[in-house]
Design a protein around this ligand. Sequence first.
Ligand code: AP5
Length: 228
Amino acid sequence: MRLVILGLPGSGKGTQSTRISKRFGIPQISTGDILRQAVKEGQDLGRKARRYMEQGQLVPDALMAELVILRLQAKDCQRGFILDGFPRTIAQAKTLDGLLKEKNIALDAVLRLQVSAESVIQRLSHRRLCSRCGADYNLLSNPPKEEGRCDRCGGSLRQREDDQAKTVARRLQVYQRQTKPLETYYRDRGILLVFEAERGVEEVSAEIIDTLKSLACAELVKDSTSSG
Ligand code: AP5
């Protein structure tokens, strides 16, 4: 299954992608995670991307295209993937189209998480990450047992740099201006699926997984009719 997940910063793309990845056995490709790792390791990509990320701006399309083209060539993507955070501009969507066309494959669906700006501001200001193992906590919806400490490894919890209020405001503006047009782009192709994501993680996840299971069954039926 080949999927893209779209939504405002903090709408739950990472949370839901992790679940989809486990349930369907496909890799989650989070461009945000790949970039953060590159920054942490002082890679050339990280050095180039850092200032954009700190300001809540998008990293240039050319850098992102290079990264994604390389990642999608990996063997684990042969059975499918979920792209979390890519594409984010029409130019990136066209790069992806070209890449898939070359391989003679197509996206099965684009999942769009629908949530208000007020909710994501709340979620992002309460997000905390373990500085050692990266586990995600939310002081509102999923707090740690001990304040400031990771339940899993005891590491200290910290706020993501771009979750500062001013940077969140910029990220929301950037979404409206540069990423929102992708909703129409994929709706016009008939592959956009919208999920109401104000609800709790479990509820949202159950609905997405049910929908994807039906989609996977329909694909199997289509394949067997066309081959027989
Ligand atoms: P990226 O890491 O992709 O950030 P983002 O899109 O802003 O998304 P987030 O990771 O903040 O939120 P999310 O929607 O994944 O929500 P999550 O599940 O974490 O990108 C960061 C930066 O990298 C960009 O600003 C840009 O600079 C650069 N970049 C990345 N990709 C790029 C590209 N393609 N082109 C150019 N630049 C790029 O949840 C958030 C919080 O809410 C968590 O605490 C979670 O526990 C909680 N939560 C989740 N779901 C629920 C729920 N249903 N109810 C209550 N709480 C919930």
